[in-house]
Write a protein that binds this ligand. Structure first.
Ligand code: 13P
Length: 251
């Protein structure tokens, strides 16, 4: 049995004060939830304050990005060591917005995932096709390249610490969610790719989240699909009640 994982990606939102208010409200709303892992990914600037706010609760912390070097002359970057120091358990790598606007490639995603794993941070590796790729029937090839590139050279143990997030780019922030059948189809492909790269056993255990316009009213039907093990939530995670409702749909 795979424990579902619901993560909120706050993106470029929240001041420290807003982050603490949101986290405090969320913590109270999900305090009784069991059987689901709950993760929030605030911006770097709010990690310390959110970390203190969730101490002792069932909510855990993720960062939205990381650099693969541990320290040195890399102005503006943040390392896995620094994120661990703040209490992060997870880090999102390869989000489509980073691929699109900041030049992230399958290779850089892989380097980040490896560096994170070395320092004991669990990567949430994002993959997803563009609308034109889906329309040109290229979804499977794009996903295969992203998954293979993202998890290249990871050990079996490392793979078990990874989460893969399938986020079709056309569904992000558009209100246009993949249908549960569309999500299931790609999740099942991703699981087969992991089986090929590692083993059936690892593929059975790895968790695959869906992301892209997940809301309280569509979460349950997506999460009901066999290979959908959680959600990576953008917009709806900025509202404590909406995010809590998605968590409840998974528990
Ligand atoms: P939305 O839920 O706002 O579509 O964002 C999804 C996402 O990009 C999560 O990483």
């Amino acid at each position: 049995m795979r424990t579902p994982i619901i993560a909120g990606n706050w993106k470029l939102n929240t001041t420290v004060g807003e982050a603490v208010t949101l986290t405090t409200a969320l913590k109270a709303l999900v305090a009784q939830e069991r059987g689901v892992e709950i993760v929030v990914a605030p911006p770097f600037t709010a990690l310390a304050a959110v970390s203190a706010t969730i101490a002792g609760s069932n909510v855990c912390l993720a960062a939205q990005n990381v650099y693969w070097e541990e320290s040195g002359a890399f102005t503006g970057e943040v390392s896995s060591t620094m994120l661990k120091d703040l209490g992060c358990e997870y880090v999102i790598v390869g989000h489509s917005e980073r691929r699109q606007y900041f030049g992230e490639t399958n290779e850089s995603v892989n380097r980040k995932a490896k560096a994170a794993l070395t320092l004991g941070l669990k990567p949430i590796i994002c993959v997803g096709e563009l609308l034109e790729e889906r329309e040109a029937d290229r979804t499977e090839g794009v996903i295969a390249a992203q998954v293979a590139g993202g998890i290249a050279d990871l050990s079996t143990t490392d793979l078990l610490s990874c989460v893969i997030a399938y986020e079709p780019v056309w569904a992000i922030g558009t209100g246009r969610t993949a249908t549960p059948a569309q999500a299931q189809e790609v999740h099942s492909i991703i699981r087969s790719l992991v089986a090929l790269a590692a083993s059936d056993d690892i593929a059975d255990q790895i968790r695959i989240q869906y992301g892209g316009s997940v809301k309280p009213d569509n979460a349950a039907e997506l999460l009901a699909k066999q290979d959908v093990d959680g959600a990576l939530v953008g917009g709806a995670s900025l509202d404590a009640a909406s995010f809590a409702a998605i968590v409840k749909a998974a528990s």
